[in-house]
Design a protein around this ligand. Structure first.
Ligand SMILES: [Zn+2]
Length: 111
């Protein structure tokens, strides 16, 4: 999986191409991801305790995992702040990390 929860990602296709947002949820099974502020849909909500008004609500719709790229955080990388393809890299201790394909710096998802 090249994307993790809380990553900042850039959308590369669709109506929101070019926009960035934080990954809120990943649906591994159908390879979809929910990104904050991306792909809003109108949703009708019934009146409930949580939404006493009911009515219409904006909600993010899942988008395809293949349409998002992680952002390189390395300031000296030419791709800094932009979506990059991530490579898998094994550390000496056996841990697997994601690195920017361009500069090789590790891509860390905030906790
Ligand atoms: Zn980089």
């Amino acid at each position: 999986m090249h994307v993790r929860k809380n990553d900042t990602v850039q959308v590369i296709a669709g109506d929101d191409a070019g926009k960035k947002g934080k990954v809120l949820n990943i649906m591994t099974k159908n390879k979809r991801v929910i990104v904050e502020g991306i792909s809003y849909i109108q949703k009708h909500v019934k009146r409930s305790e949580k939404n006493p008004q009911g009515g219409r609500m904006q909600k993010e719709a899942p988008i395809s995992l293949s349409n998002v790229l992680v952002i390189c955080q390395n300031k000296s990388c030419e791709k800094n702040g932009k979506g990059v393809r991530a490579k898998q890299k094994f550390l000496e201790n056996g841990d697997k990390v994601r690195v920017c394909y361009k500069c090789g710096s590790e891509i860390i998802a905030p906790e």
